[in-house]
Design a protein around this ligand. Structure first.
Ligand SMILES: [Zn+2]
Length: 145
């Protein structure tokens, strides 16, 4: 809380426990996926599984970047209601929280970048901010999300 309102270069370092937690959250799923592919290739994991993984990964990314961010947060373009819902569903596959919360937090982020009120600021109200750019890892910690 003491860092709110301070420029980024004057904010305290992220706690070691947060650094370790974020590192594990980013690396572990990737390592587990590669390990499963190597260990179970052509038995449990097949080329079709990798294709499904790739397609879902790309569509989820489009749901966040095009749907959550450009369409629903910034209203950078307009489209039909069914397509808005489709993008919202795709973005929800990223497990970054409810779309309404994501959009509200991102609008606050742009209104108060790295200052008091920025839900992604380096140090949050609880002092456990992730210190990463929006939404780098999906491990936003402010307000418990
Ligand atoms: Zn934005």
């Amino acid at each position: 809380m003491e860092a709110h309102g301070l420029p980024v270069n004057e904010m305290p370092e992220m706690a070691t426990v947060d650094k370790v937690g974020n590192t594990i959250a980013v690396i572990l799923p990737f390592v587990a996926t590669v390990t499963a592919i190597v260990l179970f290739w052509n038995r449990i994991v097949t080329p079709a599984d990798l294709l499904i993984l790739l397609v879902i990964y790309v569509f989820t990314g489009l749901g966040v970047t095009v749907g959550f961010h450009r369409l629903l947060t910034h209203r950078a373009f307009q489209t039909s209601k069914p397509l808005r819902y489709f993008f919202a569903i795709l973005g929800s596959l990223s497990v970054q929280g409810p779309v309404i919360t994501w959009v509200a937090d991102h609008r606050k982020h742009h209104a108060h970048t790295d200052k008091e009120g920025d839900p992604t600021a380096r140090t949050s109200v609880t002092g456990t901010g992730s210190g990463e750019s929006w939404p780098a890892s999906g491990t936003r910690t402010s307000a418990g999300r």
